[in-house]
Design a protein around this ligand. Structure first.
Ligand SMILES: Cc1cc2nc3c(=O)[nH]c(=O)nc-3n(C[C@H](O)[C@H](O)[C@H](O)COP(=O)(O)OP(=O)(O)OC[C@H]3O[C@@H](n4cnc5c(N)ncnc54)[C@H](O)[C@@H]3O)c2cc1C
Length: 531
């Protein structure tokens, strides 16, 4: 075989998957049709969970160093223009402020890492460099996936490189090839939901002195209360900005920028393109030895910033399951659980982004032509829009439940407990309920619990007199599965997590919990390793 895993598409999801697989020693080839990463705007915010994942992959510091400066405010404004008093100002902590709050947190309510604003065109080259530095990862740009076929032994893909078609063989193939995924189409898998909800133009501008001169306060998003759904986004350099607007021509994007900025600034419009809002979910996340991840299976409206972040979650879920299967200790339910676990998250996040986008549309619907009038009627329009926006705009900015609180329900590799909190994408309710991500907490020595957890299964034994781990350890050894025991005697930790024993998976999700050793350790080990 040319590789153990062939990854199609070097967007942020394919690159993250390649890094995660590479760190687990899986030999992979990542192919990308473009000649090189492009300087095109798309996502700009890695959420807290993605940053926790990047920390585990050892790249969080690099991502922060390349992203928006840590002191920069993350505030969101609703404005008439950048020089008029804002209609609404929603403050959000800078990374430095969020890190300080996290450092002080004594409970399990906060993530280990805060969000980070980084433009996709900065993130992709960074991830590419990391992937290329891993010896078992072969990154090939200017290499287009054309087609593939699979049988019980593996997958063979036809790819085009420098005008010639060649064949690559691998045990598994993962299509991370975006919304119009060729891999997905090859498999005949359809997207379901609402397509082409709205079409906007997006332009990228370079404007060196604007950020420092914004008189109403520095932030990251400036939504203009107009009839064009216009919004301005500060990119990571603070010298680049994107503006989205519903207008008729590319040339109008210069007018909209000047109208929004409303100051005399020197700027260059570097790019204009069109994009469509979709709320779509694939009917399936793969077939046989071929899997799909990221935008190839879920397309969301960027409101709420769940698109790439959901894809990073897909990549991490799939990476350890592929590695386990290739290393021989993972049973068949492991890879089968990928779709069960991640499609429900895709479905929930598509719904969450729809909810956030409807919020945005609701306050925009309060726009009236008299909004700029210096009359009692104009003032009433502004007040009404602001009042509605104060509720509705927040829907896109408060997604902590979707970001940190997602829990896998009905998974064959989790020892389920009946009931459990209902999924809530707005609020984060920390829990060790099986299927949930282990909440972050600080240990007495100042270290983070998450940092102590290795790449295999971990049995956390909490409190002063933890139960015996030996039977479970032997049960995992019977499958050759990596298993470690981590003892934390602090009663505080036991109280916060609520149990004496927590069995964690490599991706930090809780597979089982209890106050006594499992009744039948062999049954538990068999289940969570997918046998
Ligand atoms: C305006 C805007 C703002 C956004 N903001 C956010 C945000 O703040 N946070 C967030 O999480 N998400 C955001 N998103 C969504 C985010 O950009 C996407 O979810 C993300 O790019 C998906 O990553 P991906 O790797 O799955 O797919 P893509 O980024 O689409 O990458 C797919 C890659 O596959 C390659 N490819 C395609 N076909 C082939 C082929 N046949 N052979 C080889 N290579 C192929 C493509 O060239 C591409 O490089 C935003 C999107 C938009 C449009």
């Amino acid at each position: 075989m040319d590789a153990q895993v062939l990854i199609v598409g070097a967007g942020p999801v394919g690159l993250t998957l390649a890094i995660a697989l590479g760190k687990l020693g899986v030999r992979c080839i990542l192919i990308e049709q473009k000649d090189a990463p492009q300087f095109l705007p798309k996502m700009e915010r890695c959420n807290a969970r993605t940053m926790e994942i990047y920390r585990r992959l050892g790249i969080a510091k690099k991502v922060r160093a390349a992203g928006l400066p840590r002191e920069a405010p993350m505030d969101v404004f609703i404005i008439m223009s950048l020089v008029e008093p804002p209609l609404l100002h929603l403050p959000f902590p800078s990374v430095a402020q969020a890190e300080a709050a996290i450092a002080k947190c004594k409970d399990i309510s906060m993530p280990l890492e805060p969000y980070q604003l980084i433009s996709q065109y900065t993130l992709e080259p960074l991830l590419k460099e990391v992937a290329e530095s891993i010896s078992c990862v072969d990154v090939r740009y200017a290499c287009e996936f054309i087609s593939c076929e699979q049988d019980a032994g593996g997958v063979r893909a036809k790819v085009r490189r420098a005008g010639t078609v060649e064949e690559l063989s691998a045990a598994y193939l993962v299509g991370c090839d975006g919304g119009s995924s060729t891999v997905r189409r090859q498999l005949g898998i359809k997207l379901q939901g609402d397509a082409n909800i709205m079409e906007l133009r997006q332009a990228l501008y370079r404007c060196d002195d604007l950020y420092e001169r914004i008189p109403i306060g520095k932030g990251r998003h400036y939504h203009v209360a107009d009839e064009h759904s216009t919004f301005l986004i500060v990119q990571d350099s603070t010298r680049h900005f994107t503006l989205h607007s519903v207008v008729d021509s590319d040339a109008d994007m210069a007018t909209m920028f000047e109208r929004t900025v409303a100051m005399s600034v020197k700027y260059e419009m570097l790019y204009v393109g069109q994009w469509k809002q979709n709320l779509l979910l694939a009917e399936s996340y793969g077939s046989g030895r071929i899997f799909l991840a990221g935008d190839a299976v879920h397309l969301m409206i960027p409101t709420g910033g769940l698109g790439m972040n959901s894809g990073v979650g897909d990549a991490i879920d799939l990476s350890w399951k592929l590695a386990a299967t290739l290393q021989g200790w993972g049973g068949p339910s492991l890879l089968a659980s990928y779709e069960i676990e991640r499609r429900q998250i895709g479905e929930r996040n598509v719904a969450a982004s729809g909810h956030a986008a409807r919020g945005r549309r609701t306050w925009r619907a309060a726009w009236r032509p008299n909004i700029r009038d210096d009359t009692p009627e104009g003032a009433a329009t502004r007040a009404n829009l602001t009042r509605i926006a104060d509720v509705e705009q927040r829907k896109g900015n408060v997604m902590r439940g979707a970001e940190l609180g997602y829990r896998y329900i009905g998974s064959p590799i989790i020892a389920e407990e009946p009931g459990g909190p209902a999924p809530d994408f707005k609020n984060y309710v920390p829990t060790t309920w099986p299927g949930a991500r282990l909440p972050h907490l600080w240990l007495a020595d100042g270290g983070a619990m998450q940092d102590r957890i290795g790449d295999g299964y971990t049995l956390l034994r909490l409190g002063k007199s933890p139960p015996d781990a030996e039977p479970l350890s032997r049960a995992f050894a019977a499958y050759g599965a990596p298993f470690a025991v981590l003892d934390v005697a602090e009663e505080r930790v036991r109280d916060l997590y609520g149990y004496d024993l927590l069995l964690l998976r490599p991706d930090l999700h809780v597979a089982w919990r209890g106050n006594n050793p499992p009744g039948d350790p062999a049954v538990l080990a068999r289940r969570v390793t997918g046998h």
